[in-house]
Design a protein around this ligand. Sequence first.
Ligand code: SF4
Length: 240
Amino acid sequence: MFDRDVVLREIGLTPVWRTRTATSIDVDIPPPLQTETDHSAPTESHEARAARIATLQWDELNADIAQCEACKLCQTRIKTVPGVGNRSPDWMVIGEGPGENEDRQGVPFVGRAGQLLDNMLAAAGKSRKESVFITNVVKCRPPGNRDPESDEIFACAPYLERQVALAQPKLLLALGKFAGQKLLATDATVGAMRATPGKRGDIPVVVTYHPSYLLRAPLEKAKAWDDLLTAHRLSETARD
Ligand code: SF4
């Protein structure tokens, strides 16, 4: 599956491909946000809402997301972006939140970052049509492409939990700090999370850089390639 020359071209590593070295520099990630505020509607507590969401099937889940007002992001979104891809995937890829184009189209990872993600997945023999489900930690766009805030991540978490439960992927690939921290319940840096793949339940979790960051820091693609190799290895040895 991994013809090195082919995948390096696919992922755009050439000519900057390098193996991981002791001198590699990880991103300086700011500390995580600390507060968690419940923005659920007053008629339904967060716990009751989470319990209800945990019973929904895919189409019901998407319908629930479409009318969700559980956090302030509902006030500025154009479309909700629940996720796209195979509902019984090998990999579930989880980013941060929708951007401007995603907000308009209701589809995650469109535009340049999406193209890079698709190339990364293709390099690993995966595609969003056949073997991957792609979603985000928050399903509505944070205004101005700011980071999602902790209360928004908290409010949206039941949707991600249910998506993981329904999809039962062989592997969770977290793109960036927010997805990694949410899936692994940690406040570690991306560098630390990359170094030590974790588990969520019995599902392996690999953390790598967000494609938007890789567009700004193409030399880091080499590290992302290492992460994809790790993801491939772990998903191949995961339960069938
Ligand atoms: S981000 Fe999530 S919790 Fe907030 S309004 Fe959108 S769907 Fe609801």
